[in-house]
Design a binder for this molecule. Structure first.
Ligand code: CP
Length: 310
């Protein structure tokens, strides 16, 4: 099949075949990461600008690594210290970057929809969504399905339980879409106060009791509890949250034998996840981080240089 995308705003733009092509390509990229000389010139001459209006460790660094490993020129831009502070609009910033010759812009922004807006304003450059508000985080979803598919062989008929702050999560919407596109079923769990009103409309089932939610699951995926929400009365306290919804050995024992533990990071240890699970043999958390480099390399390669797949 031929890869026709030049940008990625969310995973719902990808068919199952396209997603599998990208994940297979990520497998080739991961092989490069094991070589003594990891760098290849596939994107030599391309300029990618990473613009992050919100903090990030994993996404920002792995995009930058992916760009550099493929030979592109990576330029990092942050709102602090830029002309945004003088009132420049996102549109003018984007046009400025494009005028300087940017071939692609990777954007994280607190406003849902900002990457779509940026795409509509740019004439030529590709746009990659690195997380917009509580809306979408497509490359996180792709690295998550890549990681679990690598362990399980296929996601068809598998079950993934996602527990936590669904309401404020940009990860969960993209993840539900990606896991179900590849044939898995998704169960969501967490306090009703941390669920969006339209939870029943998502292609997933909602089970408020996490102990029931994980039954039969191949993977238990914890979402970060945004501590600042506690102040808004959405859950009583971190301790209480951990006792009721936090993942520990007792919770994992209810899942399928050999079930994996996943988390997008950054983690609140002792809140949504106990350290014994975060650092345990079932944890895929650091594998997810490594997958992030391979998946972002594959995405950049296909959208900016690779052209057609097999
Ligand atoms: N998972 C994730 O997006 O982490 P960062 O905020 O560190 O990029």
């Amino acid at each position: 099949m031929t890869w026709t995308h030049h940008s990625l705003l969310d995973v719902d733009s990808l068919s199952r075949e396209e997603m599998e092509l990208l994940l297979d390509q990520a497998g080739h990229m991961e092989e490069l990461l094991d070589r003594p000389i990891k760098k290849v010139p596939a994107l030599r001459g391309k300029m990618v600008v990473n613009i992050f209006f919100e903090p990030s460790t994993r996404t920002r660094v792995s995009f930058e690594l992916a760009e550099k490993l493929l030979g592109a020129d990576a330029v990092n831009w942050s709102a602090a210290g830029s002309s945004t502070k003088k009132g420049e609009t996102l549109r003018d910033t984007a046009w400025t970057l494009e005028a300087m010759g940017a071939d692609a812009v990777v954007i994280r922004h607190g406003m849902p929809g900002a990457p779509w807006y940026l795409k509509s304003k740019l004439k030529r450059a590709s746009v990659f969504n690195a997380g917009d508000g509580a809306h979408a985080h497509p490359t996180q979803a792709l690295l998550d399905v890549y990681t679990l598919r690598k362990r399980l062989g296929s996601l068809d008929g598998r079950r993934v339980t996602i527990i936590g702050d669904v309401l404020h999560s940009r990860v969960v919407r993209s993840n539900v879409q990606a896991f179900t596109t590849l044939g898995a079923s998704v169960v969501l769990s967490g306090p009703r106060t941390l669920m969006p009103r339209e939870v029943e409309a998502l292609p997933a089932t909602y089970e408020p009791d996490p102990h029931r939610a994980v039954e039969g699951s191949d993977a238990v995926y914890l979402l970060r509890i945004q501590k600042e929400r506690a102040e808004q009365g959405l859950f009583p306290s971190e301790d209480e949250y951990h006792r009721r919804y936090g993942a520990d050995r007792e919770l994992l024992a209810r899942a399928k034998e050999g079930a994996f533990v996943m988390h997008p990071g950054p983690m609140n240890r002792g809140v949504e996840i106990a350290s014994v699970l975060a650092d345990g043999p079932e944890s895929l958390i650091l594998e997810q981080v490594r997958s992030g480099v391979a998946v972002r390399m594959a995405l950049l390669y296909l959208c900016l240089g690779g052209g057609s797949g097999s």
